[in-house]
Design a protein around this ligand. Sequence first.
Ligand SMILES: [Zn+2]
Length: 276
Amino acid sequence: MTELLQRALAKDILSGEISHAYILTGEKRLSQALAFAMALNCKNRDEEGNACGTCLSCRKLADNNHPDVFLVEPDRNAIRIEQTRKLISKLFLEKFEGEYKIAILQGCEAMRDEAANNLLKTLEEPPEHTVFLLLTESESSVLPTVRSRCRIVNLRGEGIDALDDENRQQYLQQAEQLLQGLSALPLYKVLRLTAEWEKDREEALAFVSALSHVLMGAFKSSFGREGEFFLSAQPAAILKAAEQTQTAMEQLKANVNMKACLDMLFLRLWSCMKQK
Ligand SMILES: [Zn+2]
């Protein structure tokens, strides 16, 4: 059995909204790429989107013998244009037996520009049912033109740590705004916050982790440095609020009822932010 898919990838499998290109960064990118490739062509996935590991397609992939999965590794420390050309011709020419053809490119931080440009044309007009998985140490090492055509999945962490920089900033800003205005909100508006975030567990987890980051930042800046308070609550209350976000994150990961968890969190944060 392969390892379980990270949430962001499992979510795409379950929704059927498969991007034609992904950039995977983070520790377990190769094992996650293989688990994703396996799940894409598995005939008998579980309800969480993971491959069964036992059907013919899964067994072929586990034996490194799946005709629709192409693994490209750096040759003499670089991915070269000869390699991308060969890959692309295989993707276009060869018939496939599974649902998807999957190209896994390892070490994309070492992709030559001409190879990246060669790949770019195919990323713009990909063959049907083809998924590119570009594995790299950091997304910023991939050419922006290539990057802009890929969905970026950071396997490093969870919550906002799993997001790309732009999304992470957006969540942090939202979290900061909420915390600054929270104590002035009437109770009924505090409870409405849950309705905003209970639709999607992944988004809720990202938002709660953003709240946690902001609160810890505020707590740390409440020592020693004058004039840097952006939350007017007492440091002890800010710390308590940060602890509440940690509890809520554990609960969200453990699949507890989202509404109950978020109601409780927003109420507790509200009460902490009022302690001035
Ligand atoms: Zn299977």
